[in-house]
Design a protein around this ligand. Structure first.
Ligand code: ADP
Length: 399
């Protein structure tokens, strides 16, 4: 079975074509600068990358070019679009109604259009991608896999914010949680790596990338997560502040005369590692600068790391225990110094890592960095959201 996975951003369309018989990626690529010029990079494992600049006025035009490349004599991997058995879409937000991966129909699209106000950045491109598929491949089943759906069973007292209840009822303001597909995938892979049923495990998964979130997974179900109404809440990230006293926002608006949009740009695009260090949003640059003695870079790293530690402590308390800690995504999978700093002085909770294993880890595979005798297993698990989407898509397309 061949599954095409699409991830539509505001000006981009990423794709991967999977052969589900063996899990291989036959081809993948990225269309960029959609509606503002356009370019495409198309990769096959056995050939040189193909790159071209072309006019991509919308996501439909981008998808059309992707399909023509996938089926082209020179750069293609299939002879006809008919070889694609199903399309899986990465969708950031499924609102309160969509609680699991689902077949995309006209009515799903109508619902996603209704919730655009709470998903203004990611909703419209995802919908555009679905509509383009319906037009260009009307016979092929489509499935939506939602970042929020892993959190659909979180209990009300963990998702309702303590503000007047009417804002939940009328405006749908609540914790939704994001990166769910990644947390679901790595917690499942961890259980496999430990050889234990996930139903018996209390796991904390740390997805640390440009955007970062931490999730408590108890018995295979997410019971709490750090991101909230938007991906802004939680720990300090590349350019996002994470959780701050909300009055900071209104104070800035009152004293500087900022508009809502201006202050949102400050906390979303100019804060976090970038804002504190004044140097970069990239954790590599910040940790290098910190090691070289830059005070603000060091401070930015400490703020981020302390946020991670606090969430691990809180989620251990919420689950009344912890069996395993997982690091994933760009920072979690690659940056040994951050993992070491997070796990330092955590032996009270049973978290102790082996410095040798942590430094000399193998990239790209699940890797155990637990110190012998520690009660909590600590692992690096590479995330693979696209493959998780392909698995759900295959399951739902068969039904
Ligand atoms: P996104 O949220 O954009 O998907 P990623 O998961 O790609 O982000 O993570 C980006 C972060 O990962 C950056 O802060 C970067 O410094 C860090 N990172 C990526 N690769 C490495 C590496 N080889 N060593 C250390 N840090 C890395």
């Amino acid at each position: 079975m061949k599954i095409l996975v699409l991830n539509a951003g505001s000006s981009s369309l990423k794709y991967q074509l999977f052969d589900m018989d063996n899990g291989d990626v036959l081809a993948k690529g990225n269309c960029e600068r959609i509606a503002a010029g356009g370019s495409i990079t198309h990769k096959r494992p056995d050939a040189e990358n193909f790159y071209e600049e072309l006019d991509l006025p919308d996501h439909g035009a981008a998808l059309e070019r992707v399909l023509s490349l996938l089926t082209s004599k020179e750069y293609g991997v299939i002879e006809s679009i008919k070889e694609i058995d199903a399309v899986g879409h990465r969708v950031a937000h499924g609102g309160e109604t969509i609680k699991e991966s689902t077949r995309i129909t006209e009515s799903t699209i109508r619902y996603l259009e209704e919730i655009v106000p709470i998903n203004p950045l990611h909703g419209p491109p995802a919908i555009a991608g679905m509509k383009a598929c319906m037009k260009l491949m009307p016979e092929i089943p489509q499935v939506g896999v939602f970042d929020t759906s892993f959190y659909s069973e979180i209990e009300d007292f963990r998702y309702i914010y303590p503000i007047p209840y009417e804002y939940y009822e009328k405006d749908h303001i609540r914790r939704y949680g994001f990166h769910g597909t990644s947390h679901r995938y790595v917690s499942g892979e961890l259980a496999k790596a430990l050889g234990k049923p996930i139903e018996e495990l209390k796991i904390i998964t740390c997805h640390l990338g440009n955007g970062s979130s931490i999730t408590a997974v108890d018995g295979g179900k997410a019971i709490d997560t750090s991101m909230g109404f938007t991906p802004q809440e939680g720990i300090a990230m590349g350019t996002r502040s994470g959780s701050i006293d909300p009055t900071v926002v209104t104070y800035l608006m009152k004293t500087h005369g900022y508009t809502a949009q201006e202050v949102e740009d400050i906390i979303n695009k100019k804060s976090g590692l970038l804002g504190v260090s004044g140097l970069s949003n990239d954790c590599r640059n910040i940790s290098e600068a910190a090691e070289a003695g830059n005070y603000r870079a060091d401070l930015a790293m400490k703020i981020m790391i302390n946020g991670i530690k606090k969430h691990i402590g809180a989620y251990t308390a919420e689950m009344n225990g912890l069996d395993a800690l997982v690091f994933t995504a760009g920072i979690g999978e690659n940056q040994a110094s951050t993992r070491a700093a997070v796990c330092e002085n955590m032996s009270y909770l049973g978290i102790e890592i082996d410095p040798e294993k942590n430094e000399n880890f193998t990239r790209g595979v699940p890797f155990d960095i637990t110190k012998e005798g520690a009660s909590v297993a600590t692992w690096i698990i590479p995330t693979n959201e696209e493959y998780m989407i392909a698995i759900d898509t295959q399951r739902l397309a068969k039904n």
